[in-house]
Design a protein around this ligand. Structure first.
Ligand code: NAG
Ligand code: NAG
Ligand code: NAG
Ligand code: NAG
Ligand code: NAG
Length: 883
């Protein structure tokens, strides 16, 4: 992509923009494009975050449709909200480290200040221990680390550990939940009053087993072992309840550790239990976590993963029997975890399954059923998991395919979820309906991972070491002096590590199918996933096709001008629109990947072969200089189809003597009449190509020639005299039209009356406007075919078809782009001219053509009269020879 693709803001506010076209080939992702996408993601983040600050803060979340804030309510059944909103400015807190990771130090410092000054946990809020741990505690710890440790480059000079104190205060308010017979915490706790009576004792495995990173880091940073011990005990207890298949179920009792729901899998309720086992090992370096992870992962590979490695099923933890036919969108995080585990091959497969679902809905339905091949729960609450995996896979493979996945996701989020006050969840991915909610993880994870995907040099992945992202996307690292000594981290029985499951590690065996090149993303074609083709096809089959919900948008003029509703008319090869302002479009990605195609325009279906022409004037508002004019000079068009006036369908003999129909595009001259809309004329084309120099048509024709030409189309070569003269001589010979063959191979252009260099015909300036037959140009390449046919078989049988109603003139070297890629079926032309639909036409077909000229002449008569009288006098002068 060229840098001029730029101007992302304009790009998405208009959703269409114009760029020079050297059309055809789509490049891979250049560094410029990658950075442009990164900056776009930052702009999205700012849009969400600043709107939160403006309309919602100090409340917990932004209501992006109502443009106000929300916090907890009094309805205990509203757990979806009250589990996470505790009246502690959740979105502000959850976003803390995102500023640092996106290298926005001023905003980072401002946010830290706001949290220190205004966030309090002395709240009568009954919240979920798990949710508050990952969203709030994790954010505070992450921001503390980033504000403290020099090496991350975001140290805050004035910062004095205040966030750590807040974190500790919060953890102390969560600690009462751990007071259970099993050590697994009550799922909910009131921050002010502790665990309430009549609380449910049922916790999900993830809820009990996903605390170790935050509580462990808190312990290391404060020196108080209570937190880490509690979290570790809870995690080990969940594992202790595992089945003989080394699976854990979905939920169990914190009182007696009895399973309540025995469905195992990698989705909701279990997901991050696996995640924290491996990440705890990475962060703390203690084998106990890795050993459990290895065993647990092996359990999943044996009993949960299907044979092809594409579906991770929901099964009964004891019998391994299939328990449900759906998968959760939450489980889209799993490929990222597999990357960390070194199982790249399986990661690629599972990621592709989820991305194929994404492509179909431009988002991930919360639950997708493989039996019905449809969403089982159709919401998309702006979740990050697929993006997280995309980021991890890109880091592992550097395959630009994953950058393109990210690009698509950026566009889909912009298109489907962006609203005036932020980004709104989807209430229904099929219908594209919005829900008035922007959960805090959209900023803290979804956009953070997208940013990291495109930010090649970000400190979080250029540095090696024991840092991780929590399950809420918070960056945690521990300096080595906070790690335990080797003797503490060794296995108690000194045993050697159990062998890793057979499917891993695979890093060293990973060979991307594409020639990926870490420093250059410039590849000639759109990438496909690094999977064998049959696997890709199978996945599509599994998901039930890849028909995407198309992009729909309206083009808003941004220069404030008032446009009347666009006139869109059918033409011979598609449509002509006089402008695009206010036009409702539907576009879809072209299957070739070369760009997009308009599939609907103001509700009209546009067929794949249709070309839509729009005059340069009709898109000028898209290129207002205020937005950084994306218009640029460019090369000539390289095909003969860009200037059209009519279509000539000719019947040609092939080498075997068979007759084939062939279509030729003709450019209509700037003078003379044109055909009626929808008019079709059966005639033949006369080619006078002999020794008499008549092929240029610059002299009167002989009476013999007249007989041949009369009532037919005359074919002449370019050169020797003015185009208009050729038309006049042809008309005088009785031709119903003239076709001039250009001498430059594939080009045609609209001929001007005086447009043959250095030539000027006496009196022609008067005569031109009275020419009553149409003049066309055919390209040299096409003309040669016609000459060849005529030389062998005589006059060529043809049908001449008009273009309807409005006529488009002269393609210009401008290209319409959508989302940085060409819209393949839109052509920008110089001008759109009104046709003559309402004119009253009389006489035989060929006589009805009089439009520009007065149409006074019978072919072959009155030329002298015309030349002598001039336009003003033609009516009277020549009236006696009228039909
Ligand atoms: C939220 O917290 C503020 C103080 O931080 C308090 O004034 C307000 O009443 C609380 N709102 C609710 C709904 O608890
Ligand atoms: C450590 O934290 C626990 C839990 O809040 C608290 O009860 C205990 O007093 C703390 N210990 C120290 C030494 O501060
Ligand atoms: C484990 O190894 C350490 C040192 O290598 C040794 O002191 C200890 O006795 C061993 N423990 C067992 C259970 O073998
Ligand atoms: C990577 O790109 C550089 C320069 O763009 C090129 O010289 C090199 O051959 C490429 N490597 C591969 C493996 O294609
Ligand atoms: C023109 O010719 C085609 C067949 O070549 C025929 O179907 C059509 O009816 C003709 N049209 C007129 C107006 O004669």
């Amino acid at each position: 992509m060229r840098a001029a693709c730029g101007v992302w803001v304009a790009w998405f506010s208009v959703l269409l923009f114009v760029l020079l076209g050297d059309h055809a080939s789509v490049k891979g992702m250049t560094v410029e494009r990658r950075l442009e996408l990164r900056n776009k993601v930052k702009e999205m983040f700012d849009h969400g975050y600043q709107n939160y600050l403006r309309h919602a803060y100090p409340l917990d979340e932004l209501n992006p449709l109502a443009c106000n804030g929300r916090t907890k309510d009094d309805n205990p059944g509203n757990w979806n909200v009250n589990d996470v909103l505790g009246n502690f400015s959740l979105t502000l807190v959850d976003s803390l480290d995102a500023h640092a990771i996106m290298r926005d130090q001023p905003e980072f410092e401002k946010a830290v200040r706001l949290v220190i000054d205004h966030v309090h946990f002395e709240q009568d809020s009954r919240v979920q221990v798990f949710e508050v741990t990952i969203r709030v505690l994790g954010a505070l710890l992450s921001a503390h680390i980033l504000a403290t440790e020099e090496k991350w480059g975001s140290r805050i000079a004035w910062y004095n550990g205040e966030l750590l104190l807040l974190a500790q205060e919060l953890a102390d308010r969560l600690m009462p939940a751990f007071n259970t017979p099993t050590g697994m915490p009550w799922p909910r706790v009131n921050l002010k009053y502790g665990v309430l009576s009549h609380e449910t004792e049922v916790t999900c495995s993830a809820g009990a087993g996903t605390l170790i990173l935050e509580f462990g880091v808190l312990t290391r940073l404060t020196g108080n072992a209570t937190y880490e011990d509690a979290a570790k005990k809870a995690l080990l207890r969940v594992w202790a309840q595992r089945s003989p298949l080394d699976l854990v179920g979905n939920s169990l009792s914190v009182k007696d550790a009895k399973w309540y729901n025995t469905v195992a899998g990698i989705g909701a309720g279990i997901d991050s239990f696996y995640e924290y086992l491996l990440k705890a090992y990475i962060l703390f370096g203690e084998y106990v976590y890795l050993d459990i992870f290895d065993a647990a992962y092996r359990g999943l590979m044996n009993a949960v993963k299907d044979e092809r490695g594409l579906i991770y099923r929901n099964v009964d933890m004891f019998s391994g029997a299939l328990a449900a036919t759906w998968v959760d969108s939450l489980a889209a995080f799993f490929p990222g975890l597999q990357v960390l585990a070194g199982d790249i091959e399986n990661a690629i497969k599972l990621h592709q399954v989820y991305y194929t679902i994404w492509r179909r809905y431009r988002s991930l339905p919360e639950r997708f059923d493989f039996q019905t091949r449809a969403p089982a729960i159709a919401i998309y609450p702006l979740r990050p998991e697929l993006i997280e995996s995309t980021y991890m896979l890109y880091q592992a493979t550097k395959d630009p395919y994953y950058l393109e996945v990210g690009e698509q996701i950026v566009m889909d989020l912009e298109e489907s979820t962006r609203v005036q006050c932020g980004f709104a969840a989807l209430a229904d991915v099929v219908k594209g309906e919005l829900d008035d909610r922007m959960e805090s993880f959209f900023l803290s994870e979804t956009l953070k991972y997208l940013y990291l995907l495109f930010d090649e040099d970000n400190f979080v992945h250029v540095n090696d070491g024991n840092h991780v992202f929590t399950t809420e996307g918070h960056f945690l690292s521990l300096s080595y002096d906070l790690l335990k000594h080797e003797s503490d981290t060794r296995r108690p029985d000194n045993s050697t590590r159990p062998p890793r499951p057979s499917s891993q590690p695979m890093c060293d065996r990973y060979m991307p199918i594409h020639n990926s090149n870490a420093t250059s993303y410039y590849l000639p074609v759109e990438h496909s996933p690094p999977l064998p083709q049959d696997e890709i096809i199978f996945i599509k089959h599994l998901i039930g096709g890849t028909q995407m919900r198309p992009f729909e948008f309206k083009v808003e003029p941004h220069d404030g001008s008032v446009y009347q509703s666009a006139r869109i008319v059918k033409s011979a090869d598609g449509f002509i629109a006089d402008h695009f302002a206010g036009v409702q479009f539907q576009v879809e990605r072209d299957p070739t990947g070369a760009g997009y195609r308009v599939t609907k325009m103001n509700g009209k279906d546009v067929q794949p072969t249709d070309i839509i022409k729009v005059p340069q004037k009709g898109i000028s508002f898209l290129t207002s200089p205020a937005k950084g004019d994306p218009l640029q000079p460019s090369r000539s068009p390289d095909n003969g189809l860009s200037h059209q006036g009519a279509r000539l369908e000719a019947y040609l003999h092939d080498d075997n003597g068979e007759i084939l129909q062939r279509d030729f595009m003709l450019a209509i001259a700037q003078f003379g009449p044109q055909m009626l809309p929808s008019e079709v004329i059966n005639t033949s084309l006369v080619v006078l190509d002999d020794e008499r120099d008549v092929e240029y048509g610059c002299h009167p024709f002989s009476p013999e020639d007249h007989r041949l030409i009369q009532g037919r189309l005359l074919f002449v070569r370019r050169g020797g005299c003015l185009f208009a003269e050729k038309a006049i001589w042809a008309e005088l010979a009785g031709a119903i039209g003239v076709v001039v063959m250009n001498h430059v191979e594939p080009f045609i252009f609209p001929m001007a009356s005086g447009a043959e260099q250095g030539l000027d015909g006496p009196g022609l300036s008067n005569g031109v406007d009275t020419i009553s037959i149409p003049a066309y140009m055919v390209s040299g390449r096409d003309g040669a075919l016609l000459v060849r046919e005529a030389s062998k078989h005589g006059p060529v049988k043809v049908q001449l078809r008009a273009l309807d109603g409005i006529e488009a003139l002269g393609a210009v070297d401008l290209q319409i782009q959508f989302a940085g890629r060409p819209v393949l079926n839109v052509m920008v032309v110089q001008e759109v001219r009104e046709g003559h639909t309402s004119r009253e036409m009389k006489g035989p077909p060929w006589r009805r053509w009089g439009t520009r000229g007065s149409g006074l002449l019978d072919p072959g008569s009155g030329f002298g009269c015309l030349m002598g009288c001039g336009i003003a006098a033609t009516q009277t002068c020549c009236s006696d020879v009228r039909l």
